[in-house]
Design a protein around this ligand. Structure first.
Ligand SMILES: [Zn+2]
Length: 189
């Protein structure tokens, strides 16, 4: 199942809010997906301390158009909740399916403005963690942070490490090569 093709646009996009409309999916059925994404964002922000304190990161509900699009995709492809649970790595109750698959707008406000991207709560947890960290690295750099986040311990002139997936877990890697350590703050899903 090609989950990654659900929505091809992952780069920075204009995020419009649909706060005036009631959500297409009752909010209690979005909580599981939201909670997973919130935990992942919190883990990334912990890994990127202390500089991440300069950012205010918020997660908005998926737009109704996104929920409707995913609903149609789920129906037309006869996606089962068992398939979604296997993909997400956790049991998913029927009404919660759309929240796990939908792309949620995540905004990061800093001194120079607000950046936004969409992220799916489901899918591979380590890849989500690394995608979020890559993006927030860029946002921090755009906000003038030149300090090492997090600092590479093996070199006299500290430089930041890069987030990478290693054996299905997020790790930090020295940009000059070599894995350094696993993340300390990855939540269980
Ligand atoms: Zn290094």
């Amino acid at each position: 199942m090609a989950w990654g093709t659900v929505r091809d646009v992952h780069e920075d996009e204009d995020v419009t809010t649909s706060a005036d409309e009631p959500p297409l999916v009752p909010s209690e059925h979005l909580l599981a997906g939201r909670g997973s994404l919130e935990n992942m964002v919190a883990a990334v922000l912990t890994e990127l301390l202390p500089y991440s304190r300069r950012l205010s990161v918020t997660i908005a509900d998926p737009e109704n158009s996104e929920l409707a699009r995913v609903q149609e995709w789920v129906t037309s492809n006869k996606i089962t909740e068992a398939q979604v649970g296997e993909w997400a790595g956790t049991p998913v109750a029927g009404p919660d399916v759309l929240g796990w698959i939908s792309h949620w707008p995540v905004s990061a406000q800093g001194r120079t403005g607000t950046a936004a991207r969409f992220f799916q709560p489901g899918g591979d947890a380590a890849e989500l963690a690394v995608d979020l960290a890559d993006w927030l690295h860029t946002v921090l750099a755009d906000n003038g942070v030149s300090g090492p986040v997090p600092p590479c311990p093996g070199h006299p002139h500290p430089h930041p490490m890069r987030p990478v997936v290693h054996e299905a877990a997020p790790w930090w890697q020295c940009p000059q090569g070599g894995l350094v350590r696993p993340w300390l703050a990855l939540p269980a899903r």
